[in-house]
Design a protein around this ligand. Structure first.
Ligand code: SF4
Ligand code: SF4
Length: 285
């Protein structure tokens, strides 16, 4: 069972929710797909957190075969190629590894080579298997790393919590692609509603069953809660605005491993999400 946790922007609390739900489970896999700024491992502090390089294919040119026809330059939609001063220049940083230019070159002047763009690391933290992806600074896309992370979990592994990248761009899409259920984390502000609206559109686009966790809740009006009521979105639970949560979280401590009262918040959230998945499966069978 794969549960993706996402939000319209960083700092909303998706790592707080995914880390604590994974830690509250009897056994779980936690995958940090926020590959541009992964931080889940800072909470879990996994042992034997070992790495595997992730590489993509990028083109390189044999100048002796290149006639300067520029067909590859015209073809590349990412402007990763330029022909200047009788020389083909390849901008590795913006190449998206589509391989099209290599196939297209009439002179067979282009070939492919490996380029490391980051790594994934895997380790154990008590009841949780932790998998984190790290994209090197300046790289065009973290999607190859996210694909590798998600495919490294065997079918039937049990509960998997996916900590998605913030926003609704292609890396967030890739992270929820195989999820059975999505949890949207929202703040109780007008900005919070705006960001919730973005990820709400995304999960609807992918026809993913979903529910909302309202974070940093105070007494009084909550525009994100109002949004959920108006759009008939299931509210899985609320996390209070709490000075102690802020302190523990900023010190990279896992709330449910620190105090029982936090397990009483996150374990019911987990149960509700699992029940929702079971209900969806029964409905669709
Ligand atoms: S398509 Fe081939 S021959 Fe033409 S400019 Fe590109 S590399 Fe050179
Ligand atoms: S592999 Fe694709 S993205 Fe990269 S340079 Fe060639 S055409 Fe452009």
């Amino acid at each position: 069972m794969k549960i993706a946790v996402l939000s319209g922007k960083g700092g909303t609390g998706k790592t707080l929710v995914s880390v604590n739900m994974a830690a509250a489970a009897r056994k779980a896999v936690y995958i940090d797909c926020d590959v541009e700024e992964p931080n889940g491992h800072l909470f879990f502090k996994p042992t034997k957190f070992e790495g595997e390089d992730i590489a993509i294919k990028i083109p390189f040119v044999n100048p002796a075969l290149c006639t300067g026809c520029r067909k590859c330059v015209d073809f590349c939609k990412f402007s990763a190629l330029a022909y200047i001063g009788k020389k083909l220049i390849i901008f590795d940083e913006v190449c998206h590894s589509c391989g099209g230019c290599v196939l297209l070159c009439p002179e067979k002047a282009l070939s492919e080579k490996d380029k490391k763009i980051g790594e994934i690391r895997k380790g154990i933290s008590e009841n949780v298997t932790v998998i984190s992806g790290f994209l090197n600074p300046g790289e065009a896309s973290g999607i190859p790393i996210i694909k590798k992370e998600l495919s490294s979990v065997a079918e039937g592994e049990g509960l998997t919590l996916i900590d998605c990248p913030p926003g609704s761009a292609c890396i967030a899409m890739e992270s929820i692609r195989d999820a059975d259920y999505c949890i949207l984390v929202a703040e109780p502000t007008l900005f919070g509603v705006h960001n919730l609206g973005m990820v709400y559109e995304l999960v609807n686009l992918f026809h993913k069953p979903h529910g909302v966790v309202l974070n940093k809740c105070l007494e009084g009006e909550n525009p994100s809660e109002q949004f959920c009521i108006e759009h008939h979105i299931n509210i899985l639970g609320k996390i209070p605005f709490d000075h102690e949560i802020g302190t523990l979280n900023s010190n990279a401590l896992i709330l449910v491993r620190e105090k029982e009262k936090y397990r009483e918040i996150f374990f019911p959230l987990l149960l509700k999400a699992v029940e929702e998945v079971a209900r969806e499966k029964a409905f669709n069978s």
